[in-house]
Design a protein around this ligand. Sequence first.
Ligand code: 4NP
Length: 156
Amino acid sequence: MKILMVCLGNICRSPLAEGIMRKKMADSHVPGEVDSCGFEPFHAGDTPDRRAIEVARQHGIDISDHRGKLFSISYFDTFDRIFVMDSNNYRDVASVARNDADMKKVDFIMNMTYPGSNQPVPDPYYGGQADFSKTWELLDAATDKIIESIRKKNHD
Ligand code: 4NP
């Protein structure tokens, strides 16, 4: 299973989602790949936000090697599932989708925790470290469900 995490800047939420997911895939021996990207070019090439690096570090995960990058249309071919953080990200992805098959891959990551709710993972960028901890909690729960769903699929 190849999974893409998408947010706006690719320096806060989606690199955290990628880091958590990669660790859980490794820990639970779930085969696959995970990557992340964004739609805002301002942070392309940047390291994750220091507060994102810090909250990941608190949970034993190093995301400091990540560099921000932009969504590419080719990712619709590369990835099996594309998880967005909020409705802005969803609109951004939808605006470049080529067909229904592309959009079938796209979902709100919070729908893994609360199916059909289309809830956001709120953008912590203008908040403080506590907002990054909240982001972590939301992504930790959602990625547990992603692992569960891959395992179930692999056993069907
Ligand atoms: P992210 O957070 O989408 O979770 O990476 C943001 C990072 C930077 C900006 C916005 C959101 N920005 O406007 O620079």
